[in-house]
Design a protein around this ligand. Sequence first.
Ligand SMILES: O=P(O)(O)OC[C@H]1O[C@@H](O)[C@H](O)[C@@H](O)[C@@H]1O
Length: 765
Amino acid sequence: STEKASRTNVVLVGATGNLAQKYLWKSLFNLYKSINQSEEKYQLKFYGAARNPAHEGDKLLDQILGNIFQFDKSGEDEKVQKFLSNCQYVQLKSEKDYANLCKKINQEAMKESILEYGRIFYLSVPPFAYSRIASYISNHCRPDQESKTWIRVVFEKPFGQDLQTSKDLTNELQRYFDEHQIYLVDHYLGKVGVDQVLQFRMENLPLYEPLWNRDYISRIEIVMKEEENCAERTEFYNSYGVIRDVMQNHLTEILALVCMELPGHQMAYNPSDLLQLKADLLEKVKNLGPDNVIVGQYKDYISHLRQDFKDITKRSNASTFAAVLLQVDNSRWRDVPIIMVAGKELTERTAYVRVVFKDGLYCLNNEVNCPTAEVIFNIQGGSLGISAEVTSKLLPRPILRPDWYSTNPTINSGDSLGVRISDYYVRSPKINPDAYTVVVDAVFKGRQDMFISTKNLILSWTLWTPLVHHADVIIPRLYDKEDNSQTLRFIFHKDQIAFADRFTYDCKNRVKNLYSKDGNHPFDIINQGFRNQTLIRGSPDAVIDNLVNDILLSATVAIRNRNVFHVAFPGGSTPIPLFQKLASLGSRISWSKWHIWIVDERCVPVLDSRSNFKSLHDHLLRYIDVPYYNIHPAIANQHTGFCDSSYYEQEIRSVMNESIFDYIVLGVGSDGHIASLFPGFLHTIEANNFVALVKKDYADSARITMTFSLLNKARTISALILGKRKQVIVSAIKSGIIDIHRYPVTGIKISDDRFKWFIDYVALP
Ligand SMILES: O=P(O)(O)OC[C@H]1O[C@@H](O)[C@H](O)[C@@H](O)[C@@H]1O
């Protein structure tokens, strides 16, 4: 025939990098093999590009390819040789390099009288280079408008860090290319185990589609556990964390495949239908808020971080574990809990989807192993070790595809996934190409449904951004690799997810809160809940946790705006758990910008057990590295015991701009006093002073105290009230009464949104 040979040029930018070495070259070889075998007329030519000059790069690439393919002893030597003879190094650094390469590609096609079928630019480079390289490609490497040659530009994640940055990125890319030319990779879509989800739903449509909804399904779990930790990778990981790293992308794609509506024409749908159906689903996922997430960090993370950054003071709240409770607000899924879990440094490597049915099964003898009706898509790892579909025999028997095993010979019939495998139908694929081989093949075939559309990327970030911003400022729970089954156990109920040690089960296996009255919440936050101000009420633990988070949030804002955070703590026994909680966060808070003050002090030597400063020191200061000069005790003269309020007042006025505290925590005495402002003694205080000396008849010592004039200037004040002893005062002031001499706490006059009450269930039943 006179048909011309046709060639596709593949340019791998970043050809000597990690991803290329680990996966991409192999995948290109696999593409080469599969194309060569089926249709001879498709030629493939590969350019491995990096920034090194040709003489260096040539050698480097040779070496790398040598390493990758030397072990290929599967009788493919000849094919490998042929493949390698079609690979060559090219330096791509400046715009001119791109221009030259593409000129050469054009000339060769002319000279050899070859039709160019397509051009692939695979960018395996850091994202900051995307825009620049995209512009070079656009300026010099677009195929001739007249020709039918296509161009596809492939990008690897991360695609932004939140909604804004992902929009910036996609806007940049869209300046240069049309949607059908942009390929955003999510390599999970290349996994056979992920692909099987939609396959299963389509193939078993008559059997399963009627069951695939809220009437039959009680919950869905999407889980990705890894044994690996973040050592040597924290420079990347620290600004991402587990939610951005794998939930926003991999697990969200899986969520869409499990929950989306199915394309109408069974097998023959087109890519844009599928992407649209995913978009529809993403739009229906309910907004995520603070109650929808819990986070953890493995214990050695900080030391890995410090090694990578070579900085022994480095701190981080990056989460390496997260569990998220999602819900899809449509008629198919309303109220069905969808649990997403992902983490590093866990006890096993596995990824799976588990769809649990409301089975209603009654087991006569109350067997421990009374089977559950469920479909498990094992994506990888776990006790099965391979991708497989595991369907409870209580459910319809799924049809078997010719290229799948009904039971894989490598799965033994014993226990797996904690269940008796004989209670299940097991199907698994006979061949399992690696994800990147599938991805590369899909680029060549133009299968855009195997990639992320820019629209869906933005939808996904719209969903996740509020949550990642929230997660960025909360303190993750620490966990051990070995012993995390207790620490990371969690419970979900209605709209909330929380660590399980805050709950208990009652005998009917219903969730019940350990502390709350109604059994629903570890705490509640009620606007205008107490004296018209915000009330955070819960178990003592939950109250302290919330207070700590509130303080940390305020610190973040203060440091961002003013580069300093002034906080004052009360004395007495109530704040001790608060000090301890802050101390336990120790190295994960950046203390250097904190100034720590106390609201009052007894005129006693600093080592006296009655000293507020001693308590603050013993429970907090000794554990954290806040700079010495940022600690502001109001101690009496150690030698004479002589007490003078003017020193402290002076210090406040000189250290702090306008004497405005960012955050003041107050304890409230059972008589209604705050700081050392006692009922019946306020008349002794000079109105204009910020600090006063108070002598209370029966008190064992005089006291130094902040006054209302100072307290009322603060940006935020929180009152912390715990325990039974406080019930009476709490109910006395509940009505909103203002009587400053009888209940000094009612003398705080700042706007309602700046005052918060943290009260436990015992004090406010
Ligand atoms: O399951 P796989 O294919 O090994 O992929 C997991 C990896 O996926 C990547 O996208 C994440 O950045 C990594 O943190 C993660 O380890």
